[in-house]
Structure formats: C-alpha cells, structure tokens
Write a new protein. Structure first.
Lengths: 142, 142
C-alpha cells in the first residue's frame, strides 16, 4: 500500500527555478462504460467541469488543467493524473464530473507540497479509493 | 486504449541538456500475492534480476534501475514504472523476475525515443498486456 508512514524523503531539487505549477491531465476521450456515440464523452464532461470549478476560484491557479488523449486506464475511467516538477506523479480512476470540485481541491493540496506526498488522512476520498498507480520523481543527480 | 495512431506530438523541449537516461523504478516491497514473510520478496527478486541482466549488457546503460517503495499497484504487482525527461511515463504490472530481460529490453526501446512512445507493435508483450496507466509529459512552456 501507499503508506504515508513510509513516505520517501523529498527528492525535489532545491532549485528556485522549478515550476511551482502542477499539471492535472484529464483523459477527454474516456467513455467510462458509456456508449461510443455518447457526446460529450464523460471524460470531456469531467474536463469541462474542472475548468468551470477553477474559474470560480478566487486565487491564481497553481493547477494547470490539460486535456489528454488516453491514460491507459480505460477499465477504470474516467481518469486523471497529477504531476509536477520534483514530485511523485499519481493516476486516479473511477472519476465523474460530480467529483470535479473534490478533484480540484486535491490537486491544490498536491500543488502545496514539495514532493507530491499529501498525508494519507488529508487526501480526498476519491484519491484514497481511486488511486491506480504512482511514479516517484526522478532521482537527484549524484 | 493507448492507440499508437493517436500518438500525441512530442512535447520534449528541444534542449540538449535534457537527461537522456531514463529511469525504471521497481517496487521492491511487492509481494505479488505471496505470503508476507516471503524473503526476498518477488519485487526485490525482480529488481535484482534486472540489475544482473543489465550487467550482462555490452553497451553503457541508458536505463537507470531504481528501487522504489510502492507504486500503488499492489493488486497487479510486481510493478515497475518508466519515466524520463520530456517523455510519457508508464506503469506496468503483472511482472515477475522471469520477465527481467524483456523488461530491460523494453526500457531500452523507451530510452531510444524522444517522447517515450514506442510503436505499439514493437512493444514487448509484457508492456502491451501489463500496462496499468500512463502520464503525459508536462506541457511545454508557452
């Protein structure tokens, strides 16, 4: 399990030029079990709901919402992925447009970390139940 | 599906300083269904088999094999992830130490690309059948 007590030490380079903005990729092709002719697709609806939720925020966004083609998680779509310089990357599944606000809030928590590791108990339920996989940041140069 | 005909355009910055070495993270804690007391664990055995396979190569390695704690893919372990600067990242599951040579060869194909997108037909079977998820590279600065 992705156990917070085993959180790896931060591997973020101590480089002030590192981009503080994180990316939330959303598969806009995802059907999430719907008929192929469904339009707009559930993934596209989730993407649109995220953009609208972000527009309602007061603060400048630290989360870049980006449409993606396929995150290879078709069996558990809709899918989204969080990534950022020096951070662990995460892929989430079982998402719907109804979860847009919660997803955006979780992305904001992620952006507020240096290494992408939000404490387990503070993560939104959709992250705890819907995590598909995660990838460590690249090792720091020796 | 991760359809090669829909491959996104390369998003790699045209920066010669980008690290050409890719990283293959391997979860060394993975039990892959084995008893918790199993030692060494299947994930650790896979990691060791990869190191040994790499030692038998003639050419300087372009794949950095790195032990990781958990890739949050416990239901389909053993797990490994490929990542590299400017490239799509991939998480693979259902791996065993018997697949070490094939996994390392696939990682070499990945390293030889600019964007991480190896044509579908050229991918090892373990990659085609065992892909868990993938994450696009960060968008290029505007």
């Amino acid at each position: 399990m992705d156990d917070p007590t085993q959180a790896a030490p931060s591997q973020r380079p101590g480089d002030a030029s590192v981009d503080p903005t994180v990316t939330l990729h959303v598969c806009v092709n995802c059907l999430a079990g719907a008929d192929r002719d469904t339009s707009p697709r559930p993934g596209a609806r989730l993407h649109q709901a995220l953009l609208e939720a972000q527009q309602q925020q007061d603060q400048p966004p630290r989360v870049r919402i980006v449409a993606a083609e396929c995150l290879s998680n078709c069996n558990r779509g809709c899918s989204a992925a969080l990534s950022g310089a020096g951070r662990w990357s995460y892929v989430y599944g079982d998402l719907t447009e109804a979860a847009a606000a919660e997803l955006l809030a979780g992305a904001g928590q992620y952006a507020a970390t240096d290494d992408g590791l939000v404490p387990w108990r503070e993560r939104p339920t959709i992250f705890r139940k819907g995590v598909i996989a995660r990838i460590p940041p690249p090792p720091q140069p020796a």
